[in-house]
Design a protein around this ligand. Structure first.
Ligand code: BG6
Length: 493
């Protein structure tokens, strides 16, 4: 099955940090895939920008190598690669001085009526200086958009400062704050599931849902990003953005339309409804962990402290939180969140566990009645499973067992699962900000995270150690078992 392709308007994508890791690993491969699907118009161009002196020809060769490394061989078509590389240009430009900006302005051809996207794949310290120079060199047109990557700050105050800096130059509707989780197919499917089916919405509340689990488990460690990660940790790297965004999509009220502000307005209400965790309550409802040496899927792996410079680091590589959304729909329904590096298995999923039946008409011989569960699997094996109780087939009396109604997207649609960036990069060109974070959302998310960080800062206790290749500290299991519940079993090995 092929998806419907709508060619976008002509654009120039200017990628600051054009030779960096994100550009090579994600952005250029994503644009290549859109090329392969025929979605790029004839005069679309991609302009790589960084400080290093280089030529168009050298840049094209380096991106050829990046595509070979990061796109599956079966998806690399020689003729498409050639067409794609011809769209690439390179301008050496310094974000913090005027060097190279005139050339960038000339490359962008003043007066041209194309969509112009500036992707700032740089550290956040450069967002302000780059934005100012974009403005000072007259590069902002009516169709200009700017895309910024996380981390958007390390706390509420720094996020606000970054937002102020960008906001001095660009209007809010020109700013696209990327959270790549929102571009994942299954995440968008969560909205389809909730709002395009009559089945779930009447049950989607505290009367019928016992609790929700959101797990983003990785088997990788810090992968050479120790310097960044050690100043961030799992709560800033994953919870403040990806996990809270997932929580918002599960918990939000139905927006009036799919329009960006309707969706983002509903997400904002969820963030504002999160019960504050601060001071002593942080000890009860949060768990921090840090991995020690152990084994991953690839063999023996070192501990976190062997991978970072600060050998006494207290940065968490795992976090579990029991969160609550204080509103009519969700009163009393816990949202158990957990994420970590070097865990037993790579799996990201949302589990909605329903309440048990109010009364069983069956006697004990049928077996235990398991509560219904809706599992939305983001990766790997994207899909949705609804666990139902059925009768064991055949004679021999009534015996019941849980069976998943399983919809694996790969099996159902038989097509390549696009990378999140493919969708998001072209949404910017289309001017569709529904899957991007608005300023107030980012700041509301920090407003919930800041007191947790403060509480952790005041604790004398360090994060709990866990062996690489396990499910994190035992305290994370206790966090949910104390409430008479358990983490979803598929994630256990
Ligand atoms: C990034 C984090 O935002 O998301 C990384 O900075 C993490 O630490 C990554 O590994 C996970 O993304 P994905 O798409 O592989 O689940």
């Amino acid at each position: 099955m092929t998806s419907r392709i709508i060619v976008v308007d002509p654009f120039d994508y200017v990628v600051f940090g054009g030779t960096g890791d994100l550009a090579r690993r994600k952005l250029l491969p994503a644009l290549y895939q859109r090329e392969a699907d025929g979605q790029l118009p004839e005069d679309a161009r991609i302009i790589g920008v960084s400080r290093k002196a280089s030529s168009d020809a050298d840049y094209r060769e380096s991106i050829r190598a990046a595509l070979t490394e990061h796109v599956k061989a079966s998806e690399l078509k020689a003729d498409v690669v050639e067409v794609f590389l011809k769209r690439l240009f390179y301008v050496a430009t310094d974000a913090t001085s005027d060097s190279g900006w005139d050339q960038l302005a000339a490359t962008l051809k003043p007066g041209e009526d194309k969509v112009r996207c500036f992707y700032l794949a740089t550290g956040p310290d450069l967002f302000g200086p780059i934005s100012e120079r974009i403005a000072a060199h007259g590069l902002i047109t009516d169709k200009t958009r700017v895309v910024v990557e996380k981390p958007l700050g390390k706390d509420g105050a720094s996020a606000k400062a970054i937002n102020d800096e960008i906001g001095r130059i660009f209007h809010e509707d020109q700013i696209y704050r990327i959270d790549h989780y929102l571009g994942k197919e299954t995440v968008q499917n969560l909205m389809a599931l909730r709002f395009a089916n009559a089945l779930f919405e009447p049950l989607w509340n505290a009367a019928h849902i016992d609790h929700v689990q959101i797990t983003v488990a990785e088997t990788v460690g810090v992968e050479g990003r120790g310097d960044y990660y050690d100043h961030s940790g799992a709560i800033r790297d994953m919870v403040q953005n990806h996990i809270l965004q997932l929580l918002c999509l599960v918990a939000m009220e139905p927006p009036a339309t799919m329009d960006a502000d309707s969706v983002r307005g509903e997400k904002l209400k969820v963030l504002k409804g999160l019960k504050a965790i601060s001071g002593p309550s942080a000890t009860h409802v949060t768990v921090r962990g840090q991995y020690r040496a152990g084994a991953s899927t690839t063999g023996a792996v070192p501990g976190y402290l062997d991978e970072v410079t600060d050998k006494a680091s207290r940065t968490e590589t795992f976090v579990a939180i029991k969160a609550e959304v204080q509103n009519w729909r969700w009163a009393g329904v816990p949202f158990y969140l957990r994420t970590g590096k070097r865990l037993a298995k790579r799996v990201s999923e949302i589990v909605v566990r329903f309440k048990p039946v109010p009364h069983s008409i069956f006697d004990d011989s049928v077996g235990a009645l398991a509560a219904n569960e809706l599992v939305i699997r983001l990766q790997p094996d994207e899909g949705v499973k609804l666990q139902l109780m059925i009768k064991d087939p055949g004679p021999g009396g009534m015996r019941l067992r849980p069976v998943p109604l399983d919809m694996s997207f790969a099996d159902a649609f038989g097509m390549r699962n696009p990378d999140a960036y493919e969708r998001l990069l072209l949404d910017v060109v289309r001017g569709n900000a529904t899957l991007f974070m608005r300023r107030d959302e980012v700041e509301a998310a920090w407003a919930w995270i800041d007191p947790i960080l403060e509480a952790w800062g005041e604790m004398s206790e360090a994060p709990k150690g866990y062996t690489a290749g396990t499910w994190g500290p035992s305290a994370a299991i206790a966090l949910i078992e104390r409430d008479g519940r358990n983490w979803h079993e598929d994630t256990l090995i």
